[in-house]
Design a protein around this ligand. Structure first.
Ligand SMILES: [Zn+2]
Length: 310
């Protein structure tokens, strides 16, 4: 196997620096890629994070995989990219410096915007080697996501991989135009997205679930030997946001992961002068999969997301 000019032989682990661009100061920026080949042939699995630069917990998940050598498999190859969007990462930002989202810039273009260039390097240099991809994310903008896998569940191979990961929640999610998932699917790669926690914060519980899911995938793909899991994932095909009925101070009364009922009070919003209280009622029978941790909300803000089945 040869990636960006570096040969990786069976049983070897190598770090490759993908040169992508320069900072405005002239400093070269590389995307570090760690490739670990087992001693026998098998599938190639890409574990990547930091497509959104401020989703640090996802970066920490891939860091733990490297640290604990979970990427050292017997069969096949694991490619780890802990921080894809280096520019966003060093700026504590979801996007690259011009405000573009790398995950809306696929398949990318070598002479395109910075986001497009990052997408291009992943599409051209890494994706052709991969059979399976797990893209790790967290909730954005103070929104805490329950640990969950998102995938096109109507696609048999994606659904199989999603359920093998066995996160607490498995959610159907359509492909978004110009996303990594769309490009990878067009190239016949099986891709699932892990979401858990929130941007710019660590959450050890979420990380442990992610690591356990990766081990289950390695087991499922016959790349390494780990114990099977017994708790089945809760699968849902629909999601609905509850929006703030008024502006004010938001006090949720539920936790992420809670089972909730239609019309149940999930929290309240009060005025800063103590002049009004408005309860926030559940839109569906289901489970809370995202909670907005922002204490002050405007009317119409997405505050709680519920996963449900019709
Ligand atoms: Zn993300």
């Amino acid at each position: 196997m040869k990636i960006a000019g570096t040969e990786i032989k069976k049983g070897q682990t190598k770090k490759i620096n993908l040169a992508i661009a320069k900072l405005t100061s002239g400093t070269k920026i590389d995307i570090p890629v760690v490739v670990s080949r087992g001693i026998s042939d098998g599938p190639v699995l890409l574990l990547m994070a930091g497509l959104h630069g401020d989703e640090i917990n996802s970066v920490d998940v891939v860091r733990r995989i490297l640290d604990e050598k979970i990427n050292h498999v017997e069969n096949g190859t694991v490619i780890c990219i802990p921080i894809l969007n280096i520019f966003g990462f060093i700026n504590y930002s979801r996007e690259v410096p011009d405000g573009k989202d790398v995950n809306r810039s696929f398949p990318g273009f070598s002479k395109g915007s910075l986001a497009s260039q990052i997408a291009y390097h992943l599409t051209k240099t890494i994706l052709p080697h991969c059979d399976y991809i797990i893209d790790f994310h967290t909730g954005g903008k103070s929104r805490f996501n329950a640990a969950q896998i998102r995938a096109v569940l109507t696609d048999e191979k994606s659904a199989e991989l999603a359920l093998a990961f066995n996160a607490p929640f498995t959610l159907h999610s359509n492909l978004i135009s110009q996303s990594l998932r769309e490009t990878a699917s067009e190239k016949d790669k099986t891709i699932i997205v892990f979401e858990g926690g929130e941007s710019l914060r660590f959450d050890q519980k979420v990380t442990e679930i992610a690591l356990s899911g990766v081990k289950k995938i390695l087991n499922f793909l016959n790349m390494a030997d780990y114990a099977e899991n017994i708790n089945p994932s809760k699968t849902f095909h629909n999601r609905k946001w509850l929006r703030a009925p008024v502006s004010g101070f938001f006090h949720p009364s539920i936790k992420v992961g809670d089972k909730v009922k239609f019309k149940q009070t999930l929290g309240s919003i009060c005025g800063p002068l103590g002049d009004y209280h408005k309860s926030c009622n559940c839109p569906k029978n289901g489970y809370v999969i995202t909670l907005n941790n922002n204490p002050v909300v405007n009317r119409g803000d997405a505050i709680i997301q519920v996963a449900y089945d019709a």
